[in-house]
Design a protein around this ligand. Structure first.
Ligand code: 5GP
Length: 163
């Protein structure tokens, strides 16, 4: 069954500081923190503090235009703050085709997931716990956190098409 677009995600715990994250920017509307599984020397996730049904970009309504613009503007501010003067990339994954890895946070039991064909543990340096990055049944599983987020990637040459 489809997950309701207002269901809480791990990002709510990050917003509420119930789990730690490495915050690089915060104001009353948005939060930006370092990704625990960085795909580039700089990899930051930028999220709205209030989800308002925006589990992904495909759920956007006209009322979301302001927060969508603010996420983009925050990406620019953080890119500058991070010294990404040679350029950067913005990514928004949406839905099952969006991205290739599922990330199961340390709240999920690694051992209990029998479907996992290949998995690797990554050290979460901020939480000093282990998380698992998994590929489910060898297929791609898409957007992994249903709370809209902008990825800011930089510090290396980005390839196109990204694959
Ligand atoms: P998606 O695949 O949904 O576009 O991206 C979700 C991103 O959130 C992934 O890059 C993943 O590494 C990151 N992420 C998931 N859970 C956590 C967490 O608990 N802490 C941090 N810092 N990043 C997370």
């Amino acid at each position: 069954a489809p997950v309701p677009s207002d269901s809480p995600t791990i990002f709510d715990k990050i917003i509420n500081k119930e789990i730690p994250s490495n915050v690089v920017y915060e104001d009353d509307k948005v939060l930006a923190f370092r990704d625990i599984n960085p795909q580039a020397p700089t990899h930051i996730v930028i999220i709205p503090k209030v989800k308002d049904g925006l589990s992904g970009l495909s759920k956007a309504e006209e009322r979301h235009c302001e927060i969508l613009g603010r996420l983009m503007y925050t990406a620019k501010l953080v890119a500058k703050q991070e010294g990404l003067d040679d350029g950067f990339r913005i990514v928004i994954n949406d839905g099952p085709n969006g991205c290739m890895f599922a990330l199961c946070s340390c709240h999920d039991s690694f051992e209990e997931r029998e479907l996992w064909l290949s998995a690797k543990r990554v050290k979460d340096h901020h939480r000093e716990t282990y998380c698992a990055i998994v590929m489910l049944s060898g297929s791609f599983v898409g957007q992994s956190v249903y709370h809209i987020h902008v990825h800011l990637l930089g510090g290396r040459q980005m390839n196109w098409p990204p694959g």
